[in-house]
Design a protein around this ligand. Structure first.
Ligand SMILES: [Zn+2]
Length: 132
């Protein structure tokens, strides 16, 4: 009924407290729902056998199974979305790191580090003089 999660999702839920909590919460609801649904379903099935109301019981069973499937999807969607957000954030951080690194490299190549400045002034007095 409930499809096993994709390996990436399972890994993510293990590592992510936020998603683990969401899954645990939904599992608790499903467990409560499952117990109630089994009780009600078996009672309805007994009644159905006695009173020939099978179509109604089956209808309920179908909607219960649909609700379970929906709940499984409801867990899967936020986890997938969170994984996607994490990917986007990682990509964003990578872009920012790149930009920072590029800026640092530009700064380094453009100017002499402060600690080296006196040396640069000593070795290149003409450049220093024209720049002032
Ligand atoms: Zn997460």
């Amino acid at each position: 009924m409930i499809e096993p999660p994709a390996p990436e999702q399972a890994d993510h839920v293990r590592a992510c407290a936020q998603c683990a909590e969401a899954v645990a919460r939904t599992e608790r609801v499903l467990a409560e729902f499952g117990g109630a649904y089994r009780d009600w379903g078996s009672r309805q099935m007994r009644l159905a056998h006695a009173n020939a109301k099978a179509p109604r019981a089956l209808l309920w069973l179908r909607s219960a199974l649909a609700a379970t499937a929906l709940a499984a999807v409801a867990i899967g969607i936020p986890v997938s979305r969170h994984i996607q957000q994490e990917h986007q954030r990682a990509a964003q951080i990578a872009i920012e790191d790149d930009a920072l690194l590029t800026q640092i490299q530009a700064d380094v190549s453009r100017s002499v580090p402060v600690s080296m400045k006196p040396l640069a002034e000593l070795t290149a007095p003409s450049i220093h003089g024209s720049a002032e």
